[in-house]
Ligand binder design. Structure first.
Ligand SMILES: O=C(O)CCC(=O)C(=O)O
Length: 273
């Protein structure tokens, strides 16, 4: 399966690599991330992992960049909302990993296949630093959940996911592609594409910025939710509309995100590290 072309996405459920930034812009991403977390500690008293695009302009700019949205439009069509986003950190030498899973069964979204995740690389993501691995074509098998396992119920404490999705089929590294990316590059996978990843034995934290896009007719079944319209129109009115940050960590931006964290797409302001 040729995953280098977004035109094959219906078949592959996975495509990479695409270039968002190169040169100085790509090389500067890690410094911007560090400055973001420093400002977050100063303004909010803690680091921020969920929906950082609602707090800083440069993060929001990634979410609406045409180089990203043109790829997403191939998968979702012309009307696109950003439902959530997260900085996904696999800390150096900590032994944490990600078990095989599909994204949308975690999120109470219906249908499960009109969501995509775009994974933007901030620090080098290679086999040596525990890059994401994904199984092309696995999205065509639908929801593979056989059971959920909580941390209290035996899921590994080293798994970076909040709970474990037990799958009705076994997957191994041989089934998967290594989604190796350099800073400034990105991949896209469908909400049902099986993916995971090994620990990061490198001497630096492997950091990605992951954007979760949906179509406006995708329902949230759990509770009232909000999202940011990033392209086209919302003709369904299923979500409260969020607004981009006016300035980095402004009082209005912080107030909005505190409200958003109580909703399903806010994941209770959780730490993804
Ligand atoms: O960052 C990773 O290695 C895994 C990310 C992931 O599971 C996701 O974005 O859904």
């Amino acid at each position: 399966m040729d995953v280098s072309r977004i035109e094959n996405f219906t078949e592959t459920g996975l495509a990479f690599p695409f270039i968002l930034y190169d040169g100085d812009e790509a090389a500067g991403l890690k410094d911007r991330y560090d400055a973001f977390q420093e400002q977050s500690r100063a303004s909010r008293g803690r680091e921020t992992f969920i929906k950082p695009h609602l707090l800083a302009r440069w993060v929001h700019d990634i979410a609406v960049d045409p180089r990203v949205l043109n790829v997403v439009e191939h998968a979702l069509g012309p009307d696109i909302m950003l439902w959530s986003s997260d900085f996904f950190v696999k800390a150096a030498g900590k032994g944490t990993y990600v078990t095989w899973h599909q994204d949308t069964p975690f999120w109470h979204l219906d249908p499960l296949d009109k969501t995509v995740s775009v994974w933007v690389c901030i620090t080098p993501s290679t086999v040596e630093s525990g890059c994401m691995k994904a199984v092309p074509g696995s999205q065509r098998d639908g929801d593979l959940t056989s059971e959920w396992r909580s941390k209290e119920g035996g899921a590994s404490q080293e798994d970076l996911l909040s709970r474990q999705q037990m799958l009705s089929r076994d997957f191994s590294d041989e089934d998967a592609l290594d989604v190796e990316l350099s800073p400034g590059q990105f991949s896209i996978h469908q909400g049902l594409t099986v993916h995971g990843g090994q620990p990061n034995p490198a001497d630096f934290d492997r950091i990605g910025f992951v954007l979760r896009y949906i179509t406006p007719d995708t329902r949230q079944l759990k509770a009232e939710d909000s999202a940011l319209l990033v392209r086209g129109e919302d003709r369904f009115g299923l979500y409260l509309h969020e607004t981009p940050p006016d300035e980095d960590f402004s009082p209005a931006a912080i107030q909005q995100i505190d409200e958003v964290y109580a909703r399903p797409s806010g994941f209770n302001d959780m730490v993804v590290k």
